[in-house]
Design a protein around this ligand. Sequence first.
Ligand SMILES: [Zn+2]
Length: 428
Amino acid sequence: MAPIGPSARYALFLLTLSFLFAAPAHAEAASPSPAHYRYTARFDVKRGTITASAIITLPAAGGQTAFVLGERFTLTRASTDCGAHIEIAPTPAPLPHLQRIAIRSGETVPTDCRVTIAYHGPIDEAGEKRASLSANRIELGIDTMWLPVRQDLGMAFTIDADISGLPSSLVVLSQGELARSGDRLRIRRETTDNDLVLVGAAGLKRSTAADVDFYTATPDDPLVATLRNNAFGAAAFYRNLFGAPQVGPVRMIIVPRGSGAGYARRGLVVMPTFRDAGAPTPPFDAASPARFVAHEFRHAWGATPDVGFANYWMSESVAEYFGLRYVEAVLGVAERDTMLKRKTEAAAKAGPLLGDTRPGGAALYQKGPLLLFALEARIGRPALDRILIRPDPPITTEAFLVRLAEVAGPIAATAFRAKLADPLWRPD
Ligand SMILES: [Zn+2]
């Protein structure tokens, strides 16, 4: 389907995700409880500004934790209640135009440390062509850098948020429990994520099926209806394979955008209408929306990505593999094979999936699923299912290879590792 393609914004989103998977600078494993945000924000849509305050409770630890926030914001407060020292400086990492707010405490801080970061400024960076908040659409997430997050983008947190100044026309969704009154949205999210996503549009209406709440303003648009049918279908597909989603029902929101891609969080999927206001529905086939929706639903169902470039394919290539399995289930194996065949040209020169740098898009989305289907052909689908379809599927390459050695023998595991690391690809 031609209109589904990466945009600059999506490229940025992928870039931020790549940093999400970069090695964390902080030992989180020892923390018994996740970080928690108490967040208040007021938007001024006319001016395009936000005034916000985040009170972030960090579990007792000590050492250094650095947050990043868009450089466009003026800090009105940066303080802690644990005596920690704060340093503020511009930083180009993990994205340009950020400021770094480093919290440095002693070797051991016996109690939780509450960090307050208050700020105001423009919602979007100068030059952003598509406003993140308008009367008919809102899309705010980690790629906008509107909320202070840990610099490696990998800190999971729970959140209580109180957001006001939202246009009354907008239906706004996020993860967690939501309470809307007037221009105000309160969010209580007890499940962890590394982000606070606000997404919505004017006139969204909900339709539901098992494990899915689907929101659109244009339910009769044929492409949107196809996305909805596939959302319901993909939910049934994954319920059958994995059981209930980790966070459910999955909220899927269709936002009015002519271009750009979809994305997912635990329990949340966002996709565009693929048409600008007033434009006709673009032509589309049956298989592309099916694959696309099922790919995002695999993410939303609950896989928690692990850190490191070496594990990135475990998130993206595996989601694409399941997207194609869904196509096979609903449209037949010939349709699936047609889609796989289209991946071979880009895969041939895609570069490695395992290496010192982040694998490219062609490696992740074209070559990775081809390797998984080739592995499936070699060891059999039941064997691959014993690795991938379980309550705790592997999220690292090493865990995947250990289980591959268990189900198919060490030679198969060694051979597959070599294929992941091989810059070249050719059909078996
Ligand atoms: Zn994906």
